[in-house]
Design a protein around this ligand. Structure first.
Ligand SMILES: [Zn+2]
Length: 681
């Protein structure tokens, strides 16, 4: 990649164009005094977080903060009107997400710390207050933030004992900080860790198999490499941003299931149960916002927790960081089920992002909210398929339907696309049913981006294309013109990444699209793309180079079933090279996880790594390897070096044959560079 020939960062963020300023000025907002979301966001505040009191911990660029609201507080408050460089609706959401601190949801029963990470942490008490035992829901991303939130809560509510922790679903922002709740990072043996069926499998698979690619793309989605500022990152559309401290994982001791086969470790969904003396009723919602997720109801205090299934935003049916698409129909069905089972009885509703909502004396706020969101996802699902059945394709449907939500849905502020968008959610529905191919034979085997770029520039001339883009940019009358400029120039940049004029103008166009976006992830993606085009160092964005994050933590790898560890090694295998090196290794895994076979066979054949508990195949060599040693191998960047270290530490011993076959396998395992480019080749 010839990027090294580029000069150092050569262009600063540009102001909003007059067109962008006008389009943003035209965005409607709730009338003052008519903003229910703003009222809910402030209700129940007990202790406000001082933005100048950050949470200590390892931070980006060597800063000593795991969480720091100060850079936001410097430019975002209720007193600051939206600048030209931000969609006023997203700006409003970003301002509402500055409501941070300890909040009461239900007196003497439910408390939340909000604004101390991307997600919320919730503390549930015995409503009679006869016991000081509590249950904690969703302990944030990082241990540092979870501990700070717990301290804030205890400081106000007095000494309490954590008897159970609930993970509502399998995303890191709902379990990563769990060790921060306990002195020394490990709970007492009687503490229950409760999660929905399938939690562990999905928590580890989602973070591991495509973890490097997903995490890199997440830096775009959350704007990790952008400064905080009115023309930069203002919010994530789901909360401010991700905290940067230490993450871990504790395996559930109890799983919520649809049908109990083991009374000691399972909790039946759909019927009342007790944790720490508090009544719960769990509602499993697999295949919604996460593959393993659950809501629950607190009947004693009529409070409904909707996990991340219903928050005041249109959520993602597809996450721009990259993820398997979600099932809009199931999501809608489960929201309807929540409304039916609990909505009529509930007087409050809370979730693990954003603020709660409360039922007023003669209002119907909770059922209305759940029903409206259920219908929102159902509309996107059904109408996408209606148009697909008329022969419309993914991009066409997304454009057609984007502005056609019924006003009864679109007019609800809690349905606005701060996180998901109707546009990319429609594409997710199409993808779920019909996949990437639109049926047009011209798109069946399209050339890859660099090749297309070269042929465009060879045919029309790079200068001609850049000139056309300059004209389109200068004469822009709608945001679509900026989209066209980015499309044109991306061909030039992929043909020749050293074309500074193309890079600069593409960055300008993406930036205006970012300024116009109502969705936090869209804004962040556009602005991060612009920053990449302006900086030859893809790892730098506009904040300077950062160290690559740790994608797979010790806790995650230790929790993985053995077959998944070998799945991951198979993903690291250079298959074409391995095809020339068939081999068979017999392994004894010492100290393995419960349920994993001690004896197994690993084969390289046809360029794939095959793991099996079948030991009947004759092996080239056999080894005994501790499970800890296996974890080290999976985590190591240089696996051959790790093999040698494990021999030294006696975690690996040769039982027959030589170390050579294992060394051959180790030499074929690649490690992944985190800072790959996205907007440039
Ligand atoms: Zn979340």
């Amino acid at each position: 990649m010839p990027d090294s020939a580029l000069p150092a960062p050569y262009d600063e963020p540009q102001p909003a164009t007059p067109l962008t300023a006008q389009l943003n000025a035209d965005v409607a907002l709730p009338s003052p005094g008519q903003d229910a979301e703003a009222d809910f966001a402030k209700q129940g505040l007990l202790v406000a977080l001082d933005p100048n009191d950050p949470v200590p911990g390892p931070g980006p660029g060597g800063q000593p903060y795991a969480w720091n609201l100060a850079p936001y507080a410097a430019f975002l408050s209720e007193q600051t009107p939206a600048p030209d460089t931000a969609n006023p609706s997203l700006w409003r959401n970003a301002v509402l997400n500055m409501n941070a601190g300890l909040y009461e949801v239900v007196k003497d029963a439910v408390y939340q710390v909000r604004g101390m990470d991307l997600s919320n942490i919730t503390f549930m008490e015995d409503p009679t207050q006869q016991s000081s035992d509590i249950v904690v829901l969703d302990p944030l991303i990082s241990e540092e933030c979870a501990k700070a939130a717990l301290d804030l809560y205890l400081g106000e509510r007095g000494a309490r004992t954590i008897k159970a922790v609930i993970f509502s679903h399998s995303h890191t922002d709902h379990y990563g900080g769990v060790r921060g709740l306990f002195a020394g990072g490990t709970p007492d043996a009687d503490v229950k860790i409760v999660a929905p069926d399938g939690f562990l499998e999905h928590a580890v698979s989602e973070n591991v198999y495509a973890g490097n690619a997903m995490s890199r793309r997440a830096t775009f989605m959350y704007g990790s490499l952008l400064h905080k500022g009115a023309d930069q990152q203002i919010d994530a559309g789901l909360g401010k941003t991700m905290s940067s401290g230490t993450t871990g994982l504790l395996a559930p001791t109890h799983t919520v299931v649809a049908s109990v086969t083991d009374e000691d470790t399972q909790i039946l969904a759909g019927v009342p149960c007790t944790l720490a003396g508090i009544q719960f009723e769990f509602q499993l919602t697999p295949g919604t916002e996460a593959p393993a997720e659950m809501n629950f109801y607190l009947p004693d205090v009529k409070s409904l927790c909707m996990a991340e299934n219903a928050t005041p935003t249109l959520h993602n049916l597809y996450s721009l960081r990259g993820a398997q698409v979600r099932d809009a129909k199931e999501w809608s069905n489960y929201l309807t089920e929540s409304a039916t089972l609990y909505g009529g009885d509930a007087t409050s509703l809370f979730a693990s992002h954003f603020w709660p909502r409360w039922k007023s004396e003669d209002g119907n706020e909770i059922v209305d909210f759940l029903t409206s969101q259920a219908d929102l996802y159902r509309f996107l699902h059904d109408q996408t398929l209606r148009l697909a059945n008329h022969g419309r394709t993914m991009h066409e449907i997304a454009e057609d339907l984007d502005q056609q939500l019924p006003q009864s849905l679109a007019g609800q502020w809690f349905n606005r696309g701060y996180y998901g968008t109707t546009n990319h959610d429609i594409k997710a529905v199409y993808q779920r049913y019909l996949g990437w191919f639109d049926g047009n034979a011209a798109h069946l085997h399209g050339l890859p981006p660099e090749e297309v770029g070269k042929r465009y520039t060879d045919t029309f001339g790079a200068d001609t294309i850049v000139k056309a883009a300059q004209t389109a940019y200068g004469n822009a009358t709608t945001a679509d013109d900026y989209r066209w400029v980015a499309e044109l120039l991306s061909h030039v940049v992929f043909a020749d990444p050293a074309n500074i004029d193309a890079r600069k103008l593409e960055a300008d166009a993406l930036e205006q699209l970012g300024y116009l976006a109502e969705s936090g992830p869209w804004r962040n993606f556009y602005l991060a793309g612009a920053a990449e085009l302006r900086n030859p160092d893809a790892s730098a964005g506009n904040t300077g180079a950062l160290p690559a994050p740790e994608i797979i933590t010790d806790d995650v790898i230790a929790a993985m079933p053995q077959d998944m560890v070998f799945d991951y090694l198979g993903i690291r295998l250079n298959g074409p090279d391995a095809a020339n090196n068939p081999l068979t290794i017999a392994l004894t895994i010492a100290g393995g996880n419960a349920g994993d076979p001690a004896q197994c066979t690993v084969q390289l054949r046809n360029g794939v790594l095959v793991y099996t508990a079948d030991t009947s195949t004759g092996a080239d060599a056999s080894y005994t390897l501790t499970r800890t040693g296996l974890n080290q191998l999976a985590l190591a960047k240089d696996v051959q070096k790790e093999v040698a270290a494990l021999v030294d530490s006696k975690d690996l011993t040769v039982d027959s044959g030589t170390i050579d076959p294992l060394n051959t396998l180790a030499g074929l395992l690649e490690s992944f560079d985190f800072w790959f480019a996205l907007t440039t080749p």
